[in-house]
Write a protein that binds this ligand. Structure first.
Ligand code: HEM
Ligand code: HEM
Length: 188
């Protein structure tokens, strides 16, 4: 089933969730490696890949949000305490905001530096702003802070998924995984 239902995530949401999760992992690694390397061809190639992949994540996040708006979303598990419901909503919203804000600050940073962003050398994206050293330095700082925030929120997000699956033993992780259909529909 491609579409979400009130009890589980559909195949397209699952595909986008796990694809973006893998790409975010690679993206953080490329960012850290690219920043740590001394100036060299490898550094430039690593950062160019980081930029192309970041734009890919931006596009996928927009597709995901559009698809989310066109579908019902499953209810949060009824067993959550009120503060846990708020925490779940806040972390999910923050993850969506970061999936958009990180690529945008990266794109603005590159434009302000005067290094246009290309997508895997296939085409070039327009510069979002004029050259500006002040804006460039500010955007580097914001980009790094947002990346740290993403890392911290992901620790919380993954810990919650583990807790639901292994401690609370509910369907939260299963309904984001393929093959869960039979198990869930039996309970519907
Ligand atoms: C979800 C998307 C993104 C994530 C998670 C991400 C994450 C990161 C991380 C972790 C770093 C290393 C920071 C450090 O150690 O100082 C970094 C650096 C960098 N990112 Fe991104 N990034 C994303 C998207 C982008 C995009 C779309 C661009 C450009 C189009 C970009 C351009 C850069 C650049 C140029 C640096 C090096 C900054 C410097 O000069 O120190 N990033 N990013
Ligand atoms: C090992 C890594 C991950 C695990 C185990 C995991 C697990 C899950 C699970 C089980 C859900 C469903 C929650 C529910 O049904 O209420 C979920 C939702 C979500 N995940 Fe992840 N996730 C991971 C990585 C990521 C990453 C890297 C991102 C994005 C940066 C992300 C963003 C989201 C968002 C935004 C939702 C909310 C979906 C919605 O309400 O539209 N996840 N995750």
């Amino acid at each position: 089933m491609l579409r979400n239902t009130r009890t589980r995530w559909g195949a397209l949401t699952q595909l986008l969730h796990w694809l973006i999760a893998v790409l975010i992992g690679v993206q953080i690694a490329l960012g850290l490696i690219g920043t740590a390397l001394p100036l060299s061809m490898t550094k430039l190639v690593t950062l160019a890949r980081h930029k192309s992949l970041g734009i890919t994540i931006l596009a996928l996040a927009l597709v995901r949000l559009t698809w989310r708006a066109l579908n019902p979303s499953p209810e949060l598990p009824g067993t959550l305490k009120p503060y846990e419901r708020v925490l779940a909503r806040v972390t999910h919203t923050a993850l969506y905001v970061l999936m958009i804000a990180l690529p945008l600050t990266g794109w603005i940073m590159s434009s302000a530096r005067g290094f246009p962003v290309s997508w895997f050398n296939l085409f070039q994206l327009p510069n979002l702003v004029r050259r500006s050293a002040t804006l460039y330095h500010a955007m580097v700082r914001v980009h790094v802070l947002l990346a740290i925030a993403l890392g911290l929120i992901l620790v919380l997000h993954i810990a919650a998924a583990i807790k639901h699956h292994f401690v609370l033993k509910d369907d939260t992780l299963r309904r984001m995984l393929p093959g869960a259909h039979a198990a869930l529909t039996r309970k519907e």
